[in-house]
Design a protein around this ligand. Sequence first.
Ligand SMILES: Nc1ncnc2c1ncn2[C@@H]1O[C@H](COP(=O)(O)OP(=O)(O)OP(=O)(O)O)[C@@H](O)[C@H]1O
Ligand code: NI
Length: 461
Amino acid sequence: MSTHDLLRVCNVSTRFLTETGQINAVEDISFTVRDGETFGIVGESGSGKSVTAHTIMGLIESPGRITSGEIWYRDSALADAVGVDESNGAFVNLVELDAETRRALRGPSFGMIFQDPMSSMDPSVTVGEQIAQAVEAQRRASTNPRSVSTRTQQYGLMRFVVDSLIPHRGYVSTESKQRAIELLDMAGIPDPTERAEAYPHEFSGGMLQRAMIAQALAGEPDVLVADEPTTALDVTIQAQILSLLSEIQAETDMSVILITHNLGVIARMCDRVGVMYAGEIVERGSLADIFEDAVHPYTKGLLGSVPDIDTPGARLEPVAGSVPSLVDEEMGERCYFADRCPKAMEACLDPPPEFDADTGTVLEDDTENRHGVKCVLAQRGYDPDASVSISNANSNSDGDIDSDDSKNTSADNTKDIFNPIKNVIKTISSETNANANADADADADADANPSSKTPSGEGEP
Ligand SMILES: Nc1ncnc2c1ncn2[C@@H]1O[C@H](COP(=O)(O)OP(=O)(O)OP(=O)(O)O)[C@@H](O)[C@H]1O
Ligand code: NI
């Protein structure tokens, strides 16, 4: 695997200005994705994973906005086309691109598998046609999206003129149609030639998910952003789809940003991982950093609560309590996890910087991708004498410390959530084996039922 950085997300924040107030959905996140690598993003519902995906894809719409940060993408043709500063090399800051250039990158450079397959497909166009259009767009855009000569060389001047004159008719060549069928086949859709003629509503959820993967891959993207690509699927199909992604990645050196709440999926697919909580990446590092050397109590909580493999749609319930409000005025200036944290200390009443998990020093510009964690435990370790219980009931009560029962609660929670991490690895390998033997109905989509999962920790914090 190459060690080249392909994407550098630097201190990016995305906010929504709604009637309820400003929602800080993504807060100052940073991570790097290298060529051919899979970067996993894991976290509970509402932690900002999908907003992160849309931010990278350039799909944040009003009332949302990227309010700060840079997203550097390495593409020398694009750098030449938009004329970037020499000092940035071949890196282009996507945040500064105009909407049209950004749109042109979707498909050929950035592919996306959306969390909700139905919403990303056009209900009035057959699935085969939609995928063929994506193939066609990739062919037109290949090499330099702005170069007319590239387009005309590959397609012939006449076709180019016809396409340009009737842009929405979307000319699709026989080759592109054939390629679409191949892609459907690769994605594991039976009778692909026949299925290509069907409309999205004629597909089951699992099959539509596969079709969407075929559509995302049609563009031969450099970066694939996959938002919960297997959540709604049963275990067998989930395993097949993950294998398919790995195969394609091995063939094409495609980089993947894989969003999931399933740590089994992370362990199987990812090189590096970012753990999201309340819009922040609270811990990031290699797979081993996260699975064997986690520092953040939230990460440890997640590791202690690998969802039931038989209910893939079940939501994570890592620690008692819920994700805090992301409304700006309600967030308070402290560690956002402190309210639920079994190891909260007085120091957690201040917002933590990102620490190097190994040295305990503050990480400023992390170009080397160290194991980073936003938690003071990295710096000073746990001091039971400084333990506090932080109530989020109404955030005016910042610093209102009820130290009496707090210590008991902390101890109990600690016991409940800090299950041995080895169990995670065990569950994952048995999951993989089970997948090989499972005899599940390929079309039966597991019913995601969040309420069926009981939390591992109990009681209110
Ligand atoms: N268009 C929007 N307008 C206002 N708030 C939004 C919008 N989109 C997302 N949010 C808010 O941003 C926060 C993060 O949402 P996001 O969808 O990224 O969570 P997630 O981690 O993907 O959760 P899930 O696992 O349920 O998909 C949530 O509080 C959500 O309500
Ligand atoms: Ni989401």
